[in-house]
Design a protein around this ligand. Structure first.
Ligand code: BES
Ligand code: MN
Ligand code: MN
Length: 446
């Protein structure tokens, strides 16, 4: 099969990890990868877990050469709102040099570019110049629960032993400006439920006498930031490291990341950053506290004069090196307990967590990767950190004692997680070239 046939077949499988009705599709996607990697001579195995399978595949052993561990995820985000898609999310469709499909960029396009980079070296050179292990999971978009458990086992750590980890699951500044990322944000999620009356009440008969849970929830949430958009949760910034001067300078030159460009790309009338920091600095290196959803009460047609019994909010914090995600959850719970008035009850529920990650961009492997990016895309990569998270990376890196390198291909307009997700086909092709070049350079230089 040609590389595009492979990509389209991969994109046609609706491997949505969050939805139980797609469990069989997720498994079929793992089978697809096992078959593909086996056809390249890899020893590929599907490991069943309590949720979705993990695929591990090893190239034939090359003695005395380093091992590159390639991590990626073959699961995708749900597609809703489906009506916003111009073509069906699981019928890959080419328009204007881009393939449109859920997962086209995050992360199936990137994985397939890596696999076909390996395939190209095999075809052109007859064999790989070093050892490659693929570790592909089906739960990244829902928190990687099974992989966290999997990598705790000493046998698995031995099987995954490597010299460096390569991840293509991050952003790229512009089509001709590659990004070499050396950091990911951490993440912690939680939910808050505020309740007061035992049932929905008539807002005239009881209004004014009891607390309204929605109003109280909003008041509590409003206490989390001050007028400088600084987070007021006590202890939140403990251990947060300063942005280095070289980082500030380097980030000023990242195409598309000026405050004006960020406003234009996102469609906001004006940015709203933490006072004293640019948009890029906030995205790359400042912790955040976000509301992801809020609900409660009557949301149907017309009006209904009611004091609802409950209100809910889903929240998450993006974290930077120095912040412990479980501790941040504790601090946020303590904050809400402190500001919760006696007229309501509150329930705080913890969700998934992952630590931030920072690596050394200047290691010999890092240099080989940057050289591969430069020779493929015609410009040196910009050095950036990511605002996004891949929670399992810090865990694997720590367990194996090795650094991860991020060579992302997601353009700012790739619409990952959104309707009409896409990947430029020329970028996909370059991803293949970049992978082949990187493997050859690493085998020579490391
Ligand atoms: N590939 C993304 C992360 C990403 C995208 C990093 C672009 C940098 C640039 C990943 O699949 C993702 O979406 N991660 C989630 C975390 C997960 C626990 C839901 C995220 O960052 O929200
Ligand atoms: Mn991803
Ligand atoms: Mn994602």
């Amino acid at each position: 099969m040609s590389h595009l046939d492979d990509l389209f077949a991969f994109l046609s499988i609706p491997s949505v990890s969050a939805l139980p009705e797609h469990a069989a599709d997720v498994e079929r996607c793992a089978d697809f990868l096992v078959a593909k990697l086996s056809s390249l001579g890899f020893a590929a195995k599907k490991h069943l877990t309590d949720i979705h399978p993990i695929v591990v595949a090893h190239s034939p052993k090359v003695e005395g050469k380093p091992t590159v561990l390639i991590y990626g995820h073959y699961d995708v985000m749900p597609v809703d709102p489906l009506a916003e898609w111009i073509s069906d999310p699981f019928t890959p469709t080419v328009r204007d040099g881009r393939v449109y499909a859920r997962g086209a960029s995050d992360d199936k396009g990137e994985i397939m570019a890596l696999i076909h980079g390996v395939e190209r070296v095999l075809r052109e050179d007859g064999a790989l110049p070093l050892n490659v292990t693929f570790l592909l999971e089906g739960e990244e978009e829902r928190g990687s629960e099974s992989l966290f458990r999997f990598v705790q086992s000493p046998e698995v750590q031995q099987e995954l032993a490597c010299d460096v980890m390569v991840v293509s699951d991050t952003g790229m500044a512009a089509p001709d400006v590659p990004s070499f990322s050396y950091g990911l944000k951490g993440l912690c999620c939680f939910e808050l439920e505020v309740s007061a009356p035992a049932m929905d009440l008539h807002s005239g008969i009881f209004g004014g006498a009891v607390a309204n849970p929605i109003t109280t929830l909003c008041e509590m949430i409003a206490t989390t930031h001050d007028e400088n958009n600084h987070i007021t949760v006590e202890g939140f910034y403990d251990g947060v490291s300063e942005i280095a001067d070289w980082e500030r300078e380097s980030w000023k030159r990242v195409p598309g990341m000026s405050d004006t460009e960020l406003a234009q790309l996102t469609g906001v009338p004006q940015l709203r950053t933490e006072t004293g920091f640019s948009g890029a600095e906030c995205v790359y290196a400042r912790p955040t506290f976000e509301l992801n959803g809020i609900s409660g009460g009557y949301e149907g047609t017309g009006s209904k004069t009611v004091i609802p019994t409950k209100a809910f909010a889903k929240m998450s914090c993006r974290l930077v090196p120095g912040q412990d995600p479980a501790r941040i959850q504790d601090l946020c719970e303590a904050h809400f307990r402190k500001v919760c008035p006696p007229s309501v009850r509150m329930k705080f529920t913890r969700g998934h967590i992952g630590a931030a990650y920072l690596s050394d961009p200047h290691s010999p492997y890092g240099k080989a990767a940057q050289q591969a990016l430069e020779s493929t895309f015609g410009n040196p990569p910009v050095l950036v950190r990511e605002g996004g998270s891949i929670p399992i990376v810090a865990e694997i890196s720590q367990r194996l004692g090795k650094d991860a390198l991020f060579l992302g291909l997601d353009l700012p307009d790739a619409r990952i997680h959104s309707p009409n997700e896409n990947m430029r086909l020329d970028i996909f092709e370059k991803g293949i070239t970049m992978t082949a070049t990187m493997l050859r350079l690493m085998a020579r230089a490391c």
